[in-house]
Design a protein around this ligand. Structure first.
Ligand SMILES: NC(=O)c1ccc[n+]([C@@H]2O[C@H](COP(=O)([O-])OP(=O)(O)OC[C@H]3O[C@@H](n4cnc5c(N)ncnc54)[C@H](OP(=O)(O)O)[C@@H]3O)[C@@H](O)[C@H]2O)c1
Length: 238
């Protein structure tokens, strides 16, 4: 993600993000199938707002608790007091080899506009709530055009809302047309928008299903039908 690829225009940025989203999901697929050494697991963890004032110690504490030599990626969980200082502490930890990549979670256009000029390392990733009922169609291109990866949390609406999304008539119809499940349609829709997606599941069958996304493609018309489902219905804050 920090490979230094130059992204200049909207469409190039979008194509690049689509490629990254696919590659990230393929890596996840390989890891989840068990073809990996333990050191190949990609560890993402966060600093919470109550840690922002003492971020340097919090990074060391995370390393201790996880019992690893370095953290692959660390995010700030959401905007809050001392967030710039906390991010600067993560930048310092990157210099020191304690963290490889840093990013943000729950940052939107206004917050990013204020935050980004105050930091040196462009966030590798911003992790925000994204699902067909809360699509963030204004936020995603704003982030992607800066060469930042967008990662979507609550892809199925989050626990307590999954029945609505997975049972949605339009999504179910599209799923049936491709011989896949509603969950797969939602995940594939994210990937085709260049959004890396992190479905939660404790069910091995669902996990297998959630990474089998590369043998079908949603048409432009199907992408439009899903786009029309947006209700700007946020299901959670953090
Ligand atoms: N940054 C933030 O502020 C923030 C906030 C909230 C969540 N998150 C992250 O977002 C990720 C996802 O959150 P989440 O797990 O709460 O919500 P989610 O992915 O929208 O929904 C998870 C629910 O979907 C079910 N599910 C998963 N795959 C399925 C499939 N193929 N078919 C049918 N049902 C399926 C799961 O049940 P089974 O277990 O039975 O599969 C579980 O009940 C997590 O990594 C979480 O940490 C981040």
């Amino acid at each position: 993600m920090n490979a230094g690829k130059k992204v200049s225009g909207g469409s190039e940025a979008h194509q690049y993000m689509v490629k990254l989203a696919f590659e990230a999901m393929k890596v996840t697929a390989v890891l989840n199938q068990g073809y990996h050494e333990p050191e190949e697991i990609f560890v993402i963890t966060k600093l919470y707002p109550n840690q922002f004032a003492n971020a340097e110690e919090a990074v060391d504490e995370a390393l201790d608790k996880l019992d690893i030599e370095y953290i692959d990626m660390m995010l700030l969980h959401h905007p809050g007091d001392h967030d710039v200082e906390a991010y600067q502490a993560m930048e310092q930890a990157v210099e020191e080899g304690k963290i490889c990549s840093i990013g943000l979670s729950n940052w939107y256009v206004e917050e990013l506009t204020e935050f980004l000029p105050q930091v040196t390392i462009t966030p590798a990733l911003v992790q925000n709530e994204i699902h067909p009922y809360y699509q963030e169609n204004d936020v995603i291109p704003f982030i992607q055009e800066k060469g930042i990866v967008v990662q979507g949390w609550y892809p199925f609406g989050g626990r307590g809302h999954t029945a609505e999304l997975l049972g949605d008539e339009v999504i179910s119809e599209i799923a049936e047309a491709h011989g896949v499940t509603s969950a797969q349609v939602i995940l594939r829709w994210n990937l085709q928008k260049g959004v890396v997606v992190i479905p939660g599941s404790g069910n091995p069958e669902h996990i297998r299903e959630n990474i089998a996304l590369f043998d079908f493609e949603l048409s432009a018309e199907e992408m439009k039908r899903i786009a029309a489902l947006d209700k700007r219905e946020k299901h959670d804050w953090y």
